[in-house]
Design a protein around this ligand. Structure first.
Ligand SMILES: Cc1cc2nc3c(=O)[nH]c(=O)nc-3n(C[C@H](O)[C@H](O)[C@H](O)COP(=O)(O)OP(=O)(O)OC[C@H]3O[C@@H](n4cnc5c(N)ncnc54)[C@H](O)[C@@H]3O)c2cc1C
Length: 275
């Protein structure tokens, strides 16, 4: 098995990009290392440490929450603006993205760039219309970022920052796992505004039920402009099961994931309606 045998620590984004372009797919950027160093992909021989690139920090800008790519999950959790977003559902999703020892080392951008189908932060970020600002100047909707299991649209580009757009929406997040420190079996996030008892700007997103984290757009459309009652909740449960493509693996079965995705989405919508 190939091992990491070269470690670079550039001081500027340009130096990091040049090092990556020179080495191509045999090099990877290293943020917290809680995926890269643990799993050491067989074809990767060089780690390019990006923690000196001055990319850490959280601020708000025109209603968006802007998170620098090397900001640790714990530092995002502690930012005063975060607790109020989606009435605490974002904070809950961040806290479910690994145990706290890991969150002291890991970055949110790393969770997305690793592109696990089970990335716990991804559903809530999809439900907040997250965008990624790349080193080539492009701004990419998170919805267009994932390509397949552990694959994204990135080639040699760096993610410089994430932008979240809460737009005063309330939110609800559910992670189903065997224990707090296990990888999820199903993740669901729902965000929406409520106007005159009806949902608007609805977002429904899930992880662990398809090759990538996904938005359930037909279920979103079902909820848009509607008041929530038992009939609608049952329709949501059926709709979300039709939109997902879960698989059997050693953690659980496709049948369980399908059942849980329906039930958890129903609960998330009901919880949102009750807020
Ligand atoms: C014990 C343990 C428990 C865990 N629990 C969970 C959990 O409950 N839920 C969960 O979702 N994950 C979990 N993880 C996985 C991991 O901690 C997270 O995915 C974490 O957020 C990864 O961030 P990082 O900064 O460590 O990424 P790294 O390991 O440094 O990088 C991950 C990948 O992203 C790329 N990358 C990182 N930053 C950038 C950037 N700015 N631009 C371009 N590419 C970049 C790297 O090249 C690499 O391919 C766990 C890991 C461990 C070891």
């Amino acid at each position: 098995m190939t091992r990491l045998r070269e470690y670079l620590r550039p001081n500027t984004v340009d130096q990091a990009l040049a090092a990556k372009q020179e080495r191509g797919t045999t090099a990877r950027y290293l943020a917290g290392g809680t995926d890269l160093v643990v799993f050491k992909p067989a074809d990767v021989t060089c780690a390019i440490d990006i923690t000196r690139l001055d990319l850490a920090g959280v601020h708000t800008e025109n209603g968006a929450l802007v998170i620098g790519a090397t900001t640790l999950l714990r530092d995002i959790e502690r930012h005063p603006a975060v607790a109020g977003i989606t009435a605490g559902a974002l904070l809950e999703a961040l806290r479910e993205t690994g145990p706290w020892l890991i969150r002291n080392q890991a970055t949110l951008a790393g969770n997305l760039c690793n592109a696990s189908p089970a990335a716990d932060s991804a559903p809530m970020l999809l439900a907040l219309d997250a965008e990624l600002v790349l080193s080539d100047g492009r701004v990419i909707a998170l919805d267009r970022f994932f390509v397949g299991p552990h694959r994204t649209i990135l080639r040699d580009e760096l993610v410089l920052e994430l932008r979240l757009h809460p737009r005063d929406r309330a939110g609800s997040y559910h992670k189903q796992a065997r224990s707090k420190s296990d990888i999820a079996l199903v993740d669901v996030a729902v965000t929406a505004r409520r106007e005159n008892g009806r949902f608007t700007e609805v977002r429904v997103a899930l992880a662990c039920v398809a090759p990538t984290p996904i938005r359930a757009r037909e279920t979103e459309a079902l909820l848009e402009g509607r008041a929530v009652d038992e009939e609608l909740l049952s329709a949501v449960e059926r709709s979300v099961r039709q939109e997902i493509r879960p698989i059997d693996d050693w953690r659980t079965t496709a049948a369980y994931r399908s059942h849980a995705a329906g039930v958890l989405t129903r609960r998330a919508v009901a919880a949102l309606a009750a807020k």
